[in-house]
Design a protein around this ligand. Structure first.
Ligand code: ADP
Ligand code: MG
Length: 268
């Protein structure tokens, strides 16, 4: 069964004779556990569709999640649905100026009954910004915090608008790995992006062009995982391995095994 369905969705901006379609005749069906990337040039309508899916823009057309008609929900029901089921990252994340990042995490945890996020904090390398205020963060750091906050309650649906636009290649790979694993663990993820890596890693790919959304069929050879893409960039890959060494059980176990073997061979 399709979990998320858009049928003949359309959005225009402006009034009367100045009305212009930003997107039109949009049809999209997403199955559970899939990682969908929607690509398109600047101005093609990505953020508009992101806002429609995250229900911050009213629209014409039909919108179902798990057969629930989203257009029939009241504003209060929409907010409740988002709180329980969606993690959202906007193109320009908004923070509360007078709260530290740690305060943001605590606030989201109590509002959303969130889980412990130490693992994510480490994975996204946010330890050093926890006691800082939003104004002290770079745009890449803000984006990684926004990603962390969106995932705090382990929502079934993640909807990201250009999550890697402000990230360097090393942090892009970390985020891509995280998103991919999240989709593989039975959640579904929709990412609006320009990013080639996200595009290559996603299970399915759509393009927005001339106001329309079209599915893109890819050859198998184009379908790479992000680690192999990272390997192509040796410097970033070595840095990635070095950083991951701190967090990953696999690397720690392999090192211990190697040390034990060396000692055993030495003794022998
Ligand atoms: P993208 O995210 O792909 O860059 P957007 O969805 O932001 O594209 O914008 C799609 C089109 O809709 C653009 O032509 C943009 O100028 C127009 N648009 C977006 N938001 C508004 C708005 N609030 N009012 C009028 N036009 C808008
Ligand atoms: Mg946009």
């Amino acid at each position: 069964m399709a979990l998320l369905e858009l049928k003949d969705v359309r959005k225009s901006y402006g009034y009367d004779e100045n009305k212009v379609d930003a997107i039109s005749h949009i049809n999209l069906t997403i199955e559970e556990g899939s990682f969908v990337a929607i690509v398109g040039k600047s101005g093609s309508g990505k953020s508009t569709l992101h806002k429609i899916i995250t229900m911050s823009l009213d629209t014409q057309g039909e919108y179902f999640i798990d057969t629930k008609d989203m257009n029939k929900l009241s504003n209060k029901e929409k907010k409740q649905f988002i709180k329980e089921h969606m993690g959202i990252v906007n193109q320009n994340p908004i923070f509360i100026r007078d709260l530290t990042i740690n305060d943001h995490i605590n606030l989201c945890q109590s509002l959303l009954n969130g889980y412990q996020v130490d693992e994510y904090v480490q994975f996204l390398q946010l330890e050093e910004v926890l006691n800082k205020y939003p104004l002290q963060l770079s745009s890449g750091e803000k984006m990684r915090v926004a990603i962390l906050l969106a995932m705090i309650h382990q929502p079934e649906i993640l909807v990201f608008d250009e999550p890697t636009a402000s990230l360097d290649s090393y942090h892009t790979h970390i985020v891509v790995e995280m998103i991919k694993k999240y989709a593989q663990s039975g959640h579904y993820v929709i990412v609006f992006t320009h990013d080639k890596i996200l595009k290559d890693v996603a299970d399915s790919l759509y393009i927005i062009e001339n106001n329309k959304l079209t599915s893109v069929t890819r050859e198998k050879g184009n379908y790479k995982n992000s680690i192999s893409l990272l390997k192509a960039n040796k410097k970033s890959y070595l840095y990635f391995l070095f950083k991951m060494y701190k967090h990953q059980f696999f690397f720690k176990s392999m090192t211990l095994l190697l040390i034990s073997l060396t000692i055993a061979i030495g003794c022998f």
